[in-house]
Structures are given as structure tokens and as C-alpha cells.
Design a protein around this ligand. Structure first.
Ligand SMILES: [Fe+2]
Length: 309
């Protein structure tokens, strides 16, 4: 008996059209089998209930993201974020130079010398991206939790898109787009130099890749500056197709402005943020906690998917 490399087919293999069609049908069926985007209520932040975890997982299995609402006005507790992550097998936090010492970042408007060179720490809009697109291959961000302690006075809305749906859109349009986006050097981020000190080397990699666990991973930024795209006509067309989708009012794109006590848990989905305006006084500054992980959310693997369809 020949042993198969994986206990399931690889729907992301361009040479396996039947596997793709099976996965695609299952994915879209699962997506249709639920409300548009239910917000899961968490009754007691100190005691997550099994039904709440199950409701979040159901939503995560549909579209790789879920929004919860602790109902606690202005509830802010990094320990809750950490605990929630652990329920979903998320333990390997990704560090960054501007995160607090426990590797969960407090995202708020900061003075220039404390990181305001980086757009997340300003009130400016952030274009579509996945988190950690400049990370080395072995430390890709597979998931994140974004918890809102305090919303802005105005603005700060997120747009969200499941990368698997972006993949389906592109592959249905032209499978060659996928090959171009899977090239090992499709998208490079130049070294990050601050005062001649290179703090991060150049990172080159694909936009779409299949991880060792068989799941799809996406690495992308819509930024125009500090990004080097491989010179390839097909890749340029693929990017145009993706940009058109991201700028559209596709029903696959969710829009949500996190309220106080609400949060998003996701398998590093594509997201953008609109500009915002804080109220006057320091107490009113928008504050989000962000935890980025090297783990994918437990229960959202290909094995669970195959079992379900
Ligand atoms: Fe982000």
C-alpha cells in the first residue's frame, strides 16, 4: 500500500483540479450555511463557556475570522487576550520592537520617537495587508487577536477578507494568477534601515503558499512604497485582479468597527483600517491590544475541513 504524503488532497495544487473543486464547493457551502457575520457574545470574561468557544470556532471554520463581544464597556485586559488565544491553541506570540514586553502590542497613537514612523501607531488609514508580511518564512504570522479596549471618537473601521475567498476569486479568474502569486520571489520587502542600522533584512517570498499543515497562507501588502514586486506580466495582472476585488463592494468583504470590549480573532485574514480621530484628552485615545501568533487556530486545519464536507 502506498502511503500518501497527506491524509487529504491538496486543493491548492494547480494540477489537481478535482481536489480544488471539491474544496471550493465545500468552502462556499459552509460559508452560505450561516448568518452573514454573527458576533459571538461572551458572557463572562473570566470564564469562557464551551458554547462560546464552539460558536467562535464555527465562525472561524466558515471564514477564518470571528468577532466576539465581551459586553464589558471598555473592557481591557491583556490576560483575557492571552487566555482566549490559548483556547484556540495559540501560544507562540510574534514579537515586534514596538510591542510591550509581553509581546502583546498596545495599538494607540504614539509620539514619533516611540514608533509613530509605523502607520499602525498613527491615526492614518492602513491599506489592505496581512500581518507580518515582512517576517522571515519560519516566523510567519498565522493568526492574530485584535481586542478593542477603546474605540476612536470617529473612524477606525476595519475591512476584512478571508484569503481563501481571495484565492478562489483569483483562481476562478485565471489559474495562472495563482502560479504567479506563488512564485518564491513574488513579493520582496527591502531591508529596514534606520540610521544605517539594518534592523530587518530583505524578505522575499510568495503571496500564496501552502504550509506544512496543508493550509493556505497569504502574505500581502497593498502599499506602494517599500515593496518590490517581481517583474512579471502575469503577476502584474494578478495584482490588478486582487486590487479590483479589494476595492470592490464584494459580499465577501466584511466591514466592522470594533466597539469597546469587542475583538477579532482570525487566521491572519486580509484587513485594512480607515483613518480615525481621537477625542480630546488622553483617556479618549483609541486603544487596541494586538496579539500575533505563529500558530494557526486549532480546529481550522485541512483535516477538520475534509471531515466536515
Ligand atoms: Fe494588521
Amino acid at each position: 500500500m502506498t502511503e500518501r504524503a497527506r491524509p487529504y488532497d491538496n486543493p491548492f495544487d494547480l494540477h489537481d483540479e478535482p481536489a480544488y473543486q471539491r474544496w471550493r464547493a465545500g468552502k462556499l457551502e459552509r460559508l452560505a450555511g450561516g448568518d452573514d457575520f454573527p458576533i459571538v457574545a461572551i458572557a463572562d470574561v473570566n470564564q469562557l463557556q464551551e458554547a462560546e468557544i464552539a460558536a467562535l470556532l464555527r465562525q472561524l471554520q466558515r471564514c477564518n475570522m470571528a468577532i466576539y463581544d465581551t459586553g464589558a464597556e471598555g473592557f481591557a485586559d491583556k490576560e483575557f487576550v492571552r487566555r482566549l488565544g490559548r483556547h484556540f491553541g495559540l501560544t507562540r506570540l510574534d514579537g515586534n520592537p514596538y510591542s510591550d514586553e509581553d509581546d502583546i502590542s498596545s495599538i494607540t497613537v504614539k509620539p514619533r520617537d516611540q514608533g509613530a514612523l509605523y502607520i499602525p501607531y498613527t491615526d492614518r488609514p492602513i491599506s489592505w495587508h496581512t500581518d507580518g508580511y515582512y517576517n522571515a518564512p519560519e516566523v510567519q504570522v498565522r493568526s492574530f487577536i485584535l481586542h478593542c479596549a477603546r474605540p476612536a471618537a470617529r473612524g477606525g473601521e476595519n475591512r476584512l477578507l478571508d484569503p481563501e475567498l481571495a484565492y478562489i476569486h483569483l483562481r476562478d479568474e485565471n489559474p495562472d494568477y495563482i502560479s504567479a502569486l506563488m512564485a518564491e520571489d513574488a513579493m520582496s520587502i527591502p531591508a529596514n534601515e534606520v540610521n544605517d542600522f539594518v534592523s530587518r533584512p530583505l524578505q522575499s517570498g510568495p503571496v500564496f503558499s501552502v504550509q506544512a499543515d496543508g493550509t493556505l497562507h497569504m502574505r500581502f501588502t497593498a502599499r506602494k512604497r517599500h515593496v518590490i514586486w517581481r517583474e512579471d506580466a502575469m503577476l502584474a495582472r494578478a495584482r490588478d485582479c486582487l486590487s479590483a476585488l479589494l476595492d470592490s463592494d464584494s459580499r465577501f468583504i466584511y466591514r466592522h468597527r470594533l466597539d469597546a470590549g469587542q475583538g477579532l480573532i482570525a487566521n491572519n485574514v486580509l484587513h485594512s483600517r480607515s483613518a480615525f480621530e481621537d477625542g480630546t484628552g488622553t483617556e479618549e485615545a483609541r486603544l487596541l491590544y494586538r496579539a500575533r501568533y505563529h500558530d494557526r487556530i486549532k480546529g481550522t486545519g485541512m483535516a477538520e475541513f475534509t471531515e466536515a464536507i
